[in-house]
Design a protein around this ligand. Structure first.
Ligand code: TXA
Ligand code: MG
Length: 365
């Protein structure tokens, strides 16, 4: 299959190109499109056959539901059986933006979208190209991240082509995704709202609007709780059953205080390079500078942003790992960051990228 690439610029929306892409989707085709978080792989959410095609092209397990993407909050009323007031408050505060809300689904949502579940996840992205495209589609668009299942989420055209070139009908090129990490997924169907996947909207921001929220244990933070003990129905949701965010090269994650992390990383670079391995390091800019001072430039470096600005790290985390993979390194050493704010989501992704390869460094003090 030939994949058409349509270039769009947020400042100068090419309405013809976007209309063409929307036409392809409405005819049952698959269109990858940029959002502020990551690229999505879109299908007409009212067309079961197109939706099943998304699963086939990604190699996605059939029991992992898709989010529906909309351009107007009013579309929610046709998708959800009911919209509780907690959801309304979240919509008012965070849409358009990187928050996906899980609600009871209405009859109109095909079971192919929700993988047979009676709940549906809905998100209204904040990216101008995404909004323009969704509005031109005129139907809810079912879209997972536009990567092969299990791999890193794509944040630029090159990433999408790498995974899906020749397998999808069209890609809208909107440049780099500014947020760089996926939406926060929150289930509001239980007694207490529960974050199923930490993401670009920090838990602290959610709580400032709706009060205490639970975070599913598998979301991987010190404050996480068991889904069951929080009285939410999100406990057996599908988010964590499969491997995710895996580069080709094995990943080792270094957690702990900044000094301890940097020195353990440096020791590992020396050990692995002396064994003849090509080593990639994805780390904070400060740590890369420090490592170069101590061990020289015997490793391939990708800076992930600054410790003082966790959103800069979120914006770079997937692209840094993909860049090291492209350089063909044998192993990727990656530096963890503090878990507050969007740092929780970054660490959630890094722990999954690393599987069980986590080095917990002794704290600095
Ligand atoms: O930022 C994002 O959310 C991106 C962009 C493209 O919008 N999309 C994305 O989709 O990350 P995906 O499919 O890669 O991740 C959505 C997550 C999955 O872990 C899925 O299991 C969960 O949301 N999810 C979707 N529908 C659900 C439902 N009905 N109940 C529970 N979890 C659901
Ligand atoms: Mg995904």
């Amino acid at each position: 299959m030939q994949t058409i690439v349509i270039k769009a610029e947020p400042e100068r929306l090419d309405a013809d190109g976007i209309r063409k892409a929307a036409g392809i989707l409405r005819n049952g085709g698959l269109v990858a499109f940029p959002t502020e978080t990551v690229y999505g792989l879109g299908a007409d959410g009212t067309n079961p056959r197109a939706v099943l095609n998304v699963f086939a092209v990604k190699g996605r397990p059939p029991d992992n539901p898709l989010l529906l993407h909309i351009s107007k909050a009013e579309q929610l009323d046709a998708i959800a059986a009911s919209v509780p007031s907690v959801a309304r408050r979240l919509v008012d505060r965070f849409w358009p933006g990187p928050l996906a809300i899980i609600l009871q689904k209405s009859e109109s949502v095909p079971r192919e979208v929700t993988a047979g579940l009676d709940k549906v996840g809905v998100r209204m992205p904040g990216h101008p190209i995404a909004l323009e495209f969704l509005s031109a589609c005129g139907v809810p668009v079912a879209a997972p991240s536009a990567n092969i299942s299990g791999r890193l989420s794509p944040t630029c055209l090159e990433d999408v082509i790498e995974d899906l070139g020749g397998k999808v009908d069209c890609i809208i090129d909107g440049g780099n995704c500014p947020v760089g990490i996926e939406s926060t997924v929150i289930d509001v169907t239980g007694e207490q709202p529960m974050v199923l996947r930490p993401g670009a909207v920090p838990v602290e921001a959610l709580e400032s609007v709706i009060g205490p929220v639970a975070v599913r244990r598998s979301a991987g933070s010190a404050r996480a709780v068991d889904a069951e003990s929080a009285g939410s129905s999100g406990g057996h949701a599908p988010v964590d059953r499969y491997e995710h965010y895996r580069p080709r090269a094995p990943v080792v994650l270094f957690e702990g205080g900044p000094d301890a992390r940097a020195s353990a990383l440096g020791n590992e670079v020396v050990r692995l390079t002396s064994e003849g391995k090509t080593v990639g390091v994805a780390a904070l800019s400060e740590s890369i500078a420090r490592l170069k001072d101590t061990v020289g430039s015997r490793f391939r470096a990708e800076e992930m942003g600054s410790a003082s600005d966790p959103s800069s790290v979120a914006a770079r985390v997937f692209s840094a790992l993909r860049a090291l993979d492209r350089k063909g390194v044998d192993v990727i050493l990656v530096e963890g960051i503090e878990e507050s704010g969007v740092g929780l989501a970054v660490m959630n992704r890094l722990r999954q990228a690393a599987g069980n390869n986590i080095v917990r460094c002794r704290s600095d003090r």
